[in-house]
Design a protein around this ligand. Structure first.
Ligand SMILES: [Mn+2]
Length: 325
């Protein structure tokens, strides 16, 4: 594990171009972190490339300079300093990216997932940080970069989205203090709130409708889940980005401890999201199926049919609920 000071020193000293990359199926934290860090390094006179394998979802295109984020290619990695943000393991940056990462000069792993695999040449992992953007903010300050309203907007979005608008258990005094500092730069909070919460694509609401329609609750009332098969996704012309946050509807039911969302991605490939309320460690639960994440929010990919995934994962969730009683 490296310190903030060591990582700052390494970045200051580097002469090579710097590549910043976030995780697949990007959320507000990974995109906000990528942009904030990229823009900050640029202010230091560094040559920067910002990447995401899935590009920028429609709802995040309002982020300052979001069109600077491009699809990765091999040349973006060769002999460069590559910074992975919000990725617990290299696979999170994209399967195609793994061989390219191996050819980078230095890999700096900046993350806040408890399941982080310390895959970098240099690792700056702080599972107490509410968002990866919070670590980025502290690093930019260490580097002496002035946080302007554009950078602040990106960092604020990372905090707002990863804390569920300051509602989840990762919302700490440190997160609120960072938010206060960011707001004092004069960023436009109205734009952020409107773009994130008042301009939801109709497709997302139709998906919530479909999910609530098949919502299931275990007999004990502690585990709730929703499924999205390929027909539903195709008929609504929906992408993964439209499912962001939908799992919270399952978790939000009174008495429920674990909410689960199953999304049929291929015939034998199910993407699963987990959320828990107060006792179950869903990072451990997801790890049973090859995934990971945070204590209260995690995910995995499971190579079985949708019916098998539901059966096995719900059983494991019920077991986890019993164990933590
Ligand atoms: Mn995050």
């Amino acid at each position: 594990m490296s310190s903030l000071q060591e990582v700052a020193q390494l970045l200051r000293a580097t002469q090579s171009p710097i590549t910043v990359i976030g995780h697949t199926n990007p959320d507000g934290d990974t995109l906000g972190s990528t942009l904030a860090f990229g823009l900050g390094l640029q202010k230091m006179g560094k040559k920067v490339t910002m990447l995401n394998i899935d590009g920028v979802p429609e709802i995040y295109r309002f982020l300052p300079e979001s069109d600077r984020i491009v699809i990765p290619e091999a040349t973006h990695f060769l002999n460069r300093v590559v910074v992975c943000v919000d990725c617990s393991d290299p696979k999170r940056a994209g399967d195609e990216v793994i061989p390219w990462l191996a050819r980078a000069g230095t890999v700096i792993n900046i993350d806040h997932h408890i399941s982080n695999e310390f895959f970098g040449t240099v690792n700056l992992v702080d599972s107490e940080a509410a968002s990866a953007g919070l670590i980025i903010m502290e690093l930019l300050k260490e580097l002496g970069v002035m946080i302007d309203p554009d950078i602040a907007t990106c960092l604020y979005v990372s905090l707002v989205t990863d804390t569920g608008s300051f509602r989840y258990s990762n919302t700490s005094p440190r997160a609120h203090q960072a938010a206060a500092e960011l707001l004092s730069t004069g960023l436009d909070q109205d734009v952020v709130n409107r773009e994130l919460y008042e301009e939801v694509p109709l497709t997302s609401l139709r998906l919530i409708q479909a999910g609530l329609d098949n919502l299931q609750l275990s007999p004990c009332g502690k585990v709730a889940w929703m499924t999205f098969n390929r027909q539903v996704m195709e008929s609504l012309n929906a992408k993964d980005e439209h499912l962001e946050g939908v799992v919270n509807y399952a978790k939000s039911i009174k008495g429920v401890e674990v909410g689960i969302l199953f999304r049929e991605s291929g015939e034998q490939l199910i993407k699963i999201s987990f959320r828990s309320k107060s006792t179950v460690n869903v990072s451990d639960l997801a790890a049973k199926f090859g995934g990971g994440g945070h204590v209260r929010a995690a995910g995995c990919r499971y190579r079985v049919t949708l019916a098998e995934a539901v059966e096995n994962v719900v059983a494991a969730a019920l077991e986890a609920v019993l164990e933590t009683k």
